[in-house]
Design a protein around this ligand. Structure first.
Ligand code: PGA
Length: 250
């Protein structure tokens, strides 16, 4: 059996409280390592009767702790509602809501301060890849988002590399191309934070993950897990993904 890869669902703006709790009640209770990033509104209800090894997370926070920021939600609030982690810097936040790596850095600091684990998302667009800017873009997103964070803080952070051209398109990166980029990201971490940090950090892969490609992608040496969008919305399809990754105990 393969190792337990880290599987993280990103539900995006989907599922009411009832749909979310219903989904969780249908997960096999023999799952090993699994996380679901869900809408704020469903978090609290999902903390009840969840499988013990399932961790719940949010998809965004604001970087201030409280105050006159109408419509925003703080790290403390999502923690209070049951989140153990938060996804930050997702490409939809960067491209639709114009979030830059400076803001992502502030959000990461606030999340860590409140005891939330962080999954930092980075990825290049198709135009950037075509213009041979992938390395430059990923280096910039990684180092600016993690600006002045210590090796100790890095212990609470995972990276999710999601090429933007593979998100929601049904056209995933090839395993070889993904492995090459993950290897490069790990070497960036090693150069800045050292060998131990680079070996410890989880580097997840995302973009059109499905039952058919999970095995090949997650068995690459530098891919430690996956971030699953569309295919995490249907409990049957998602269960197939965790099964194919070997994360269901027999
Ligand atoms: P997708 O989304 O699996 O639907 O491509 C992944 C993501 O945006 O995290």
């Amino acid at each position: 059996m393969s190792k337990d890869v880290r599987i993280v669902a990103n539900w995006k703006m989907n599922k009411t409280i009832r749909e979310a709790t219903d989904f969780i009640s249908k997960l096999p209770n023999t799952i090993a390592v699994l996380s679901i990033a869900m809408p704020f509104t469903a978090l609290h209800a999902c903390t009840k009767n969840k499988p013990p090894l399932l961790s719940l997370g949010a998809q965004n926070i604001y970087f201030e702790s409280h105050g006159p920021f109408t419509g925003e939600t703080s790290a403390e609030m999502v923690k209070d509602a049951g989140a153990e982690f938060v996804i930050l810097g997702h490409s939809e936040r960067r491209h639709i809501f114009s979030e830059d790596s400076g803001a992502v850095n502030k959000k990461i600091r606030q999340a860590l301060l409140c005891g939330l684990e962080v999954i930092l998302c980075i990825g290049e667009t198709l135009t950037q890849r075509d213009e041979n800017k992938t390395v430059e873009v990923l280096r910039e997103q990684l180092f600016e988002s993690l600006f002045e964070l210590t090796e100790e803080q890095l212990d609470q952070i995972s990276i999710a590399y999601e090429p933007v051209w593979a998100i929601g398109t049904g056209k995933p990166s090839t395993a070889q191309m993904a492995q090459e980029t993950h290897f490069m990201l790990r070497s960036f971490i090693r150069d800045k934070w050292g060998q131990v940090a680079s070996e410890k950090i989880f580097i997840l892969h995302g973009g059109s993950i499905k039952p058919e490609n999970i095995q090949e992608l997650s068995s690459q040496p530098d891919i430690d897990g996956v971030l699953v969008g569309g295919a995490s919305l249907d409990v049957g399809v998602f269960t197939q993904i965790i099964q194919n990754a070997g994360n269901i105990k027999k």
